[in-house]
Design a protein around this ligand. Structure first.
Ligand SMILES: Cc1ncc(COP(=O)(O)O)c(C=O)c1O
Length: 428
């Protein structure tokens, strides 16, 4: 082993020498996380704007979730679905209740989010053949341009991002595109072989694209009229991230199915699920689908606790960073006015071009901030001393969305927040 392995540079070099180069990580070697904070191997503290693309919505090492994980791991962790368990039923019941679809509904658990997207694709196709009567192998699923649903070969088959597809063909047929937010474009994409419309209610990877008001409700009506299922991928937008349990709840819309992931694992495990009306998921009989780890006793216990913590709003203050197009930040307006010393040992990590900002916050005053200000405001929000002054009913959440730009053009990816400059914009 390389003698320098214990050093930051040594660990980075070791990883680079053995890891496939499908990620280009920042030169930060993380060792520990707690709440919104991360520490590197040299003890430097960072405010985690990345939050693992929302998988860590509860904050790092949430005590209730860690406790549940430990307790269950000591009892039994993985059994396969060849048996029942004490944890799966309660977990899926909580999930079905949280999704609040038209009853009766069911849930099919898996691990990573993309696996549950695959579940949804299989289930809606089967519904298309067995219930709608689409001729064999002709089912179409309508998806949005700019979508992101994961990285499996079928899922990248309908991505519109060239880099996700390059040299990975041949691709899975059966997908048709429409322009997100454009109901006329959607109407044109649906025909008698369409079994489902599959969309993110708010596009994440595409840049936190919020559709026009009423769009989801109009899509729902259109799907009803045309006998097409409506499936929402809420892997990124769900589980409290928009202020409701699921984004579709803002418009009072009920999809036929919803795909849930990321924070469902409480920042500890990959836990995902497809929740859908029984008419769809009851078609998935034994042998049709499955996964060794999906719905394991451990995953179910942590998933249930993750839901409970969210429902009790006992979420640790967390900074969200989504590396996406456009820069958006949500902060509590009155907190922005609190001039608070910025800890000197704080850095902000994240990819992106911090040069432009838009603010999204229904309950908040509109502010436009430079990236450094955003970082400073976030630090103020999450600093414990400020925290103590925040009324308990005010959510403490910073959402930043930022376009991934070429590393060469995004300047220093790691930015030091200037100390003692509360509210003073540094254009660094
Ligand atoms: C909307 C959406 N769907 C699916 C996925 C894929 O989830 P996973 O990376 O856990 O497979 C993601 C991941 O970012 C996502 O944002």
């Amino acid at each position: 082993m390389d003698a320098r392995v214990g050093t930051r540079q040594g660990l980075i070099a070791l990883e680079a020498s053995v890891a496939a180069p499908n990620y280009a990580p920042l030169p930060v070697v993380l060792e520990r996380g707690e709440g919104s904070w991360l520490w590197d191997a040299d003890g430097r503290r960072y405010l985690d704007f990345m939050s693992a693309y929302s998988a860590v919505s509860h904050g790092h090492a949430h005590p209730r979730l860690v406790q549940a994980l430990i307790e269950q791991a000591q009892q039994v962790a993985v059994t396969s679905r060849a048996y029942h368990s004490t944890t799966l039923g309660p977990f899926l019941q909580a999930l079905v209740d949280a999704a609040d679809l038209e009853a009766p509904s069911r849930a099919l658990p898996a691990s990573g989010g993309c696996e549950s997207v695959e579940t949804a694709i299989k289930a809606v196709r089967r519904w298309g053949y067995r219930v709608k009567g689409i001729p064999a192998d002709r089912a179409q699923i309508v998806v949005a341009r700019g979508n992101f649903h994961g990285r499996s070969s079928t899922v990248v088959s309908f991505s519109t991002e060239p880099s996700y597809r390059e040299d990975f063909g041949p691709f899975t047929p059966g997908f048709r595109h429409f322009d997100f937010g454009d109901i006329e474009s959607l109407k044109r994409s649906i025909d008698e072989c369409t079994c489902a419309v599959l969309i993110e209610p708010i596009q994440g990877e595409a840049g936190i694209v919020v559709p026009p008001d009423g769009f989801l409700a109009t899509v729902r009506r259109l799907c009803n009229e045309r006998g097409v299922l409506l499936i929402f991928d809420e892997i990124q937008s769900g589980l409290g991230r928009t202020g409701a349990m699921f984004a579709y709840m803002h418009e009072g819309v009920r999809p036929d199915g919803v795909i849930i992931g990321k924070a469902l694992g409480g920042g500890l495990l990959p836990v995902s699920a497809f929740v859908a009306r029984a008419e769809i998921l009851d078609l998935m009989g034994p042998g049709s689908h499955g996964s060794t780890f999906g719905g394991s006793p451990l995953a179910a216990r942590v998933g249930l606790e993750a839901l409970r913590v969210l429902q009790a709003r006992a979420v640790q203050p967390t900074a969200f960073f989504c590396a996406h197009d456009g820069l958006a930040v949500t902060v509590v307006s009155e907190l922005l006015r609190i001039g608070c010393r910025i800890p000197e040992d704080v850095s902000v990590i994240g990819f992106g071009d911090f040069s432009s900002a838009t603010q999204i916050a229904p309950q908040l005053t509109t502010v436009r901030m430079h990236g450094a200000e955003i970082g400073a405001a976030a630090v103020r929000l999450l600093d414990n001393r400020v925290h103590a002054r925040i009324p308990p009913e005010v959510p403490i959440r910073v959402q930043i969305a930022c376009r991934i730009v070429e590393r060469s053009s995004c300047g220093p990816a790691m930015r030091q927040i200037p100390s003692n400059r509360a509210g003073a914009a540094s254009r660094a």
